[in-house]
Design a binder for this molecule. Sequence first.
Ligand code: PLP
Length: 403
Amino acid sequence: MQVIQSTKLANVCYDIRGPVLEEAMRLQAAGHRILELNTGNPAPFGFECPPEILEDMLRSLGTAHGYVNSKGILPARRAVMQYYQTKGIDLDVEDIYLGNGVSELIQMSMQALLDDGDEVLVPAPDYPLWTASVSLSGGTAVHYRCDEQADWQPDLADIERKVTDRTKAIVIINPNNPTGAVYDDEMLRGLADIARRHRLIVCADEIYDKILYDDATHTPFAALAPDLLTLTFNGLSKAYRVAGYRSGWLAVCGPKAHATSYIEGLTILANMRLCANVPAQHAIATALGGRQSIKDLVLPGGRLTEQRDAAYEALTAIPGVTCVKPKGALYAFPRLDPKVYRIKDDEQMVLDLLRAERILVVQGTGFNWPEPDHFRLVTLPSKEDLTDAVTRIGSFLDGYSQV
Ligand code: PLP
């Protein structure tokens, strides 16, 4: 008899590690070299672990082999608290939960919040873990449109239209994965206004808050709307290039008196997973207090800025391909003009690209984008490798049609 998966998984989908990756692994096992432009994982592209972080991880290994407080060790939570206090956000160490990456905390935050049928406003395109976590928790992700014509800014009127009496929360990913959009204070105030009027909890995923290009600046949502209950998510995976350490945090900001039951729920879930990886918690205070932030890499002439530029230039040189220039994060999300490229199934398109060119990207519909006319690539490889890869994507696309 077949063992059948739970119906809870019926609408749970995470295409960044989906069937196309399985095909890539099959090709790798058969001896092919695949250029992996599919995940925002800096380490394989020569981004070193900052030495101070490595040192503190190593030093902690001898003593950090026991369980600790479910919310996390105090020095790390204190460092997170101070990080936000310097940005004008009022919070206490007890408001901070450390997790095995932001991923675990996203899932906990939704499981503690949602009953069957509750709705959460999630951007389209999104980082798909949000939609998957809402679904797994019994909720419904209602996607609000980010407008490519307006540099991928959220469409406030679309959000307003989609609020119902079941809407409990809104997810804001800023800087955004996959689009690279960064929201200015006016946009954040517009989002806050909607959350305020409809009494929504705000989930602010700010894991790319330090990865900003050109003149972009980042305002934490909680700093701008101290009267709203805001869950702020961040961690070490991106800005500190240690995704494999699995180290992230959730800061509960704003008025907590009316959320004691929800916060108790979060604490129960934190207790149930005992605690997050302890050696990686020892890296947090070092990271937040140190000078090894990603800043040098995103300055003009910095490696990440140059790579973003190389990807953007090569992509927009392909006939029928346009791309909003990313202002933050580690990705580009180009559009394939449907008048030029006849694509009905973008997963098939990225599979065909993988088989033809040995380049792995992720289809746009994997980010809950409704049309099969986008894909995402990471801007982590060297600019030479990116230029070469995108040129090969252009050759593949030349004449490609599924009709
Ligand atoms: N949030 C966003 C927007 C991301 O892009 C990612 C990873 O790519 C995560 C959360 C998960 O990060 P972590 O490694 O901390 O689990």
